[in-house]
Design a protein around this ligand. Structure first.
Ligand SMILES: Nc1ncnc2c1ncn2[C@@H]1O[C@H](COP(=O)(O)OP(=O)(O)O)[C@@H](O)[C@H]1O
Ligand SMILES: [Mg+2]
Length: 267
């Protein structure tokens, strides 16, 4: 099964094209790092994938269903780049995490004991239980991000989309954050699409790279990325630096890493 499939997608904001001829597939269990400079269309691509922006041209499938017919949204966890959770709202950390269960409620049902138990459990798992009764607004940036991740994970999504989740985190919280999502990927086979600039830190966890700059500059395995010339030819020293990082960190796999699911066409 493909988790996401994008065919020939293009998109413009009032006449200004920001995505052009995008084709790729994300397979079950993939951990994809989505890279690209600011303004390269990463957030726009994610929003179209989630149906939050209309797809103007092209075709999108989620879990082998066309986006129009897809309805199991609780299978997808999304942590926005700039979260719409107002940082000053009068809710406790616990209240914020429990909100993640709303998509599973039909009608105006109140939260029950089972929901509270689930909320406690995920907060323990993400090490934010100790401040569950504090106001969300009064937590540090790193603590808030952990709480928001707990909210995203409470429904045990099969596909996790994280848009620059680590920007508010210091280096050690960042490492811990990546460890947590990597464990989900390894142990639960959660498929992950992660927008990040922390390539040196995530390099060891991901299996695929998607490099975007309005069009796809590169999409493929980490092994191919480490040896690619498309990327360096296009971005020059910036990406050479990224690839060098992977090599020095010892995270470039040796050849013969066969893929069972092909990622799609590249430029
Ligand atoms: N709502 C919007 N209206 C008009 N232009 C937008 C809007 N959102 C983003 N853009 C523009 O689209 C381009 C891609 O933005 P975005 O997808 O946010 O890039 P990234 O996430 O890679 O930084 C940028 O040039 C940005 O200015
Ligand atoms: Mg963005």
């Amino acid at each position: 099964m493909n988790i996401a499939e994008v065919k020939n997608l293009s998109f413009s904001y009032s006449g200004q094209q920001v995505l052009k001829g995008i084709n790729f597939k994300i397979c079950v269990g993939d951990f994809v790092a989505l890279l690209g400079p600011n303004g390269s269309g990463k957030t726009t691509l994610i929003k179209i994938l989630l149906g939050l922006l209309p797809s103007q041209k092209g075709k999108i499938n989620l879990f082998d269903k066309s986006l129009q017919n897809f309805s199991v949204w609780q299978n997808i966890g999304y942590l926005e780049q700039k979260t719409s959770t107002p940082r000053n709202m009068p809710l406790t950390a616990f209240g914020v995490v429990r909100l993640g269960l709303i998509s599973t409620k039909k009608g105006l049902k109140l939260f029950n004991k089972e929901d509270n138990k689930k909320t406690d459990a995920i907060m323990k798992k993400l090490h934010c239980f100790s401040y569950k009764d504090k106001l969300f607004a009064e937590l540090s940036g790193g603590q808030q991000q952990r709480v928001l991740l707990a909210r995203t994970l409470i429904n045990e999504p099969k596909f996790l989309i994280l848009d620059e989740p680590s920007t508010a985190l210091d280096s050690s919280s960042r490492e811990e954050f990546f460890e947590i999502i990597s464990a989900l990927n390894k142990e639960n086979k959660t498929t992950i699409l992660l927008v990040t600039h922390d390539i040196s830190q995530v390099g060891k966890y991901v299996n695929k790279f998607l490099v975007l700059d309005k069009q796809i500059i590169f999409y493929g395995s980490k092994e191919d990325f480490c040896n690619s010339t498309e990327v360096t030819d296009y971005f020059g020293p910036y990406t050479q630096h990224l690839i060098d990082h992977l090599h020095t960190a010892g995270t470039c796999p040796l050849p013969h890493n066969h893929e069972h699911c092909h990622s799609g066409e590249m430029l």
